[in-house]
Design a protein around this ligand. Structure first.
Ligand SMILES: Nc1nc2c(ncn2[C@@H]2O[C@H](COP(=O)(O)OP(=O)(O)OP(=O)(O)O)[C@@H](O)[C@H]2O)c(=O)[nH]1
Ligand SMILES: [Zn+2]
Length: 291
C-alpha cells in the first residue's frame, strides 16, 4: 500500500505525494464518523476502493493546527518587520508560545532592517533562547540560515500582513513563486483568492504555502492552560523549579525564581510581560472550556 503525505486538500479531494507520484484521493468514510479531517502534512496510507484511491490510514500526528489546516509542523518562521507594520512583542510571543506548546520550533525572522533598526527586536529576544534570523534583501543575508533550517523539516511562515512573507518566500524560492498559483497570486493580483495550504519540497525539506495566513489562530482555541504556559517560554525553564512554592504562577509570589531572574536582567521584561498578559487571559478559564 502506498504511503505518503498530503500535499494539498481541496474540495474533499486530497493530493497525496507518494514518492514521485501524486495520487488524487478521497478520505475513507470512517474519518468523518470519527470527526477527523485529513489535512496537509498528514502522513497517510492509500488504498484502492471501488476503483478509486482512498486515504485508509492517518499516522499519529505530532501536532495539528486548524487555522491554517496543517499537521506535523516542525518549524514555524514568525516574520516581523522593524517598521510598517510595527511589531508587537505580545503578538510575537503568543505565536512563539503556541509553537512551543505544540512542539514546533519557532524561529523569529526580522525584515526591513534597511528601514529601521532591528536593535529593539533583537534585544527583546536576546535572552529568549529562540533562534533569530535577520533578513537583508540587499545582501541576501539570513537566507542561507533559513534554507539550512528548512532541511529535513516541514516549515511554515507566519506574520502580520505586510511584514514581508511573500518577499521572503520569493527570495528563497524564485522558481516556486512562478510555478505556483497561490504564491504568485499573492505576489500580484488576486491575492488571497485561495485558502488551501499546499506543501512544496525545497532545500531538502518541506515548505507549506499558507495563503492568507497572517498569524496562527491565537484566539481561544489556541489558549495555553495556565499550568503549561511557563513551559512555552523556554528561557523560564532554568528558574521555574527553583520557586519557593510549588504551583507558583510567577506573578507576585514570594520566593519566585522567575521574578528574581527578571529583576536580575536574566529574563527580558517584554517576554515576562507577555507571559503575564497571557497568564491573566487564561487564569480564570476552566480546563474544560479550553477543550
Ligand atoms: N524596505 C524593505 N521593504 C520590504 C522588505 N520586505 C518586504 N518589503 C516590502 O513590504 C511590502 C509588503 O511585503 P509582502 O512580502 O507583500 O508582505 P506579506 O507579509 O507577504 O503581506 P501579505 O501578503 O499581506 O500577508 C512590499 O512592498 C515589500 O516590497 C524589506 O526587507 N525591506
Ligand atoms: Zn515563580
Amino acid at each position: 500500500m502506498p504511503e505518503g503525505y498530503i500535499k494539498k486538500g481541496i474540495g474533499g479531494f486530497y493530493y497525496v505525494q507518494c514518492g514521485d507520484e501524486l495520487l488524487e484521493c478521497k478520505a475513507k468514510g470512517i474519518f468523518r464518523k470519527r470527526g477527523i479531517t485529513p489535512v496537509a502534512g498528514d502522513r497517510v496510507t492509500v488504498e484502492v476502493e471501488n476503483g478509486g484511491n482512498v486515504i485508509a490510514e492517518i499516522a499519529p500526528r505530532r501536532n495539528v493546527f486548524v487555522r491554517p489546516p496543517i499537521a506535523n509542523l516542525d518549524v514555524l518562521f514568525i516574520v516581523a518587520s522593524t517598521t510598517q507594520p510595527v511589531p508587537s512583542t505580545l503578538v510575537l510571543d503568543k505565536l512563539t508560545a503556541i509553537a512551543v506548546d505544540k512542539d514546533v520550533q519557532p524561529v523569529l525572522v526580522f525584515t526591513k532592517g534597511d528601514l529601521a533598526s532591528t536593535e529593539k527586536l533583537t534585544q527583546a529576544y536576546a535572552l529568549s533562547t529562540l533562534p533569530v534570523v535577520i533578513v537583508d534583501h540587499a545582501t541576501g543575508g539570513g537566507l542561507e540560515e533559513i534554507k539550512n533550517m528548512i532541511q529535513g523539516k516541514l516549515c511554515a511562515f507566519c506574520g502580520n500582513s505586510g511584514v514581508g512573507k511573500s518577499t521572503l518566500l520569493n527570495a528563497l524560492l524564485p522558481d516556486l513563486a512562478q510555478q505556483t498559483g497561490s504564491i504568485s497570486q499573492k505576489l500580484g493580483r488576486g491575492r488571497h483568492t485561495t485558502r488551501e495550504v499546499e506543501i512544496f519540497e525545497a532545500f531538502g525539506g518541506y515548505v507549506a504555502d499558507t495563503p492568507g495566513f497572517a498569524s496562527l489562530d491565537t484566539g481561544k482555541a489556541c489558549y495555553i492552560p495556565k499550568e503549561n504556559l511557563q513551559y512555552a517560554f523556554p528561557e523560564f525553564a532554568s528558574y521555574v523549579h527553583e520557586c519557593k512554592f510549588t504551583g507558583c504562577a510567577h506573578r507576585a509570589e514570594k520566593g519566585c525564581a522567575v521574578l528574581e531572574a527578571l529583576k536580575e536582567g536574566k529574563i527580558s521584561r517584554s517576554r515576562y510581560d507577555s507571559y503575564a498578559a497571557m497568564y491573566d487571559e487564561v487564569k480564570d478559564i476552566k480546563d474544560w472550556e479550553l477543550r
